[in-house]
Design a protein around this ligand. Structure first.
Ligand code: ADP
Length: 193
């Protein structure tokens, strides 16, 4: 099994690159943002609670996302590996993920960290808001709040995995294909170890 965390701020291209990576490597895509939006669409209690937090640009509680990831791991026993997108977003989530994977005799193979400037992020997210139908993409203060949550709570996740030498920084500006090629070359180096 080879498991990847695609890491980076909101708007860094994780969703776009995830689609290409799962197709190329046959991994199961686990995006907590997508899982939460599907709960909202189904109007579950969890979805209703998450929506008001997401609309403010804040992080939903660790226990909620860890629970969703835990059941997704259990429901995919045949997976060749997982691509985590938008998760883990706090140190507590990374520690929970490491334990869940250990329980399945596997671990994170690599953390690919996409790097994009803040102005480019805001520009991309406002543009995405024109068509994404996501209310958290149309309002600049909410976008800035999401970037601040990333800086305050999520960036440290990369320190957690750096201690194990698992983090690789990848330039997240350029064409979609150029960035995809950089990601693939990093994965290929590590998969063959
Ligand atoms: P983006 O990375 O563009 O902000 P996501 O779809 O990953 O988009 O996340 C949208 C929102 O969902 C976040 O702003 C946050 O409120 C919530 N969310 C997603 N994943 C997590 C997570 N792992 N922990 C806490 N909240 C999360």
């Amino acid at each position: 099994m080879f498991n990847i965390i695609l890491f980076g701020p909101p708007g860094s291209g994780k969703g776009t690159q995830s689609e290409k990576l799962i197709a190329a490597y046959g991994l199961k895509h686990l995006s907590t943002g997508d899982l939460l939006r599907s709960e909202i669409a189904k109007q579950t209690v969890l979805g209703l609670e998450a929506k008001s937090i997401m609309d403010r640009g804040q992080l939903v509680p660790d226990a909620v996302v860890v629970g969703m990831i835990s059941s997704a791991l259990d429901s995919n026993p045949e997976a060749k590996g997982f691509l985590f997108d938008g998760f883990p977003r706090t140190v507590a989530q990374s520690e929970a993920l490491d334990k869940l994977l250990e329980g399945k005799n596997t671990a994170i193979g690599v953390v690919l960290a996409l790097e994009v400037s803040e102005e480019e992020l805001v520009h991309r997210l406002l543009n995405r808001g024109l068509t994404s139908g996501r209310s958290d993409d149309t309002n600049e203060p909410v976008i800035r709040a999401r970037i601040k949550e990333y800086q305050d709570k999520t960036m440290v996740v990369s320190d957690h995995y750096s201690r194990f030498g698992k983090v690789v920084k990848v330039k997240g500006e350029g064409t979609v294909d150029e960035i995809f090629a950089s990601l693939c070359s990093e994965i290929d180096k590590r998969m063959s170890l």
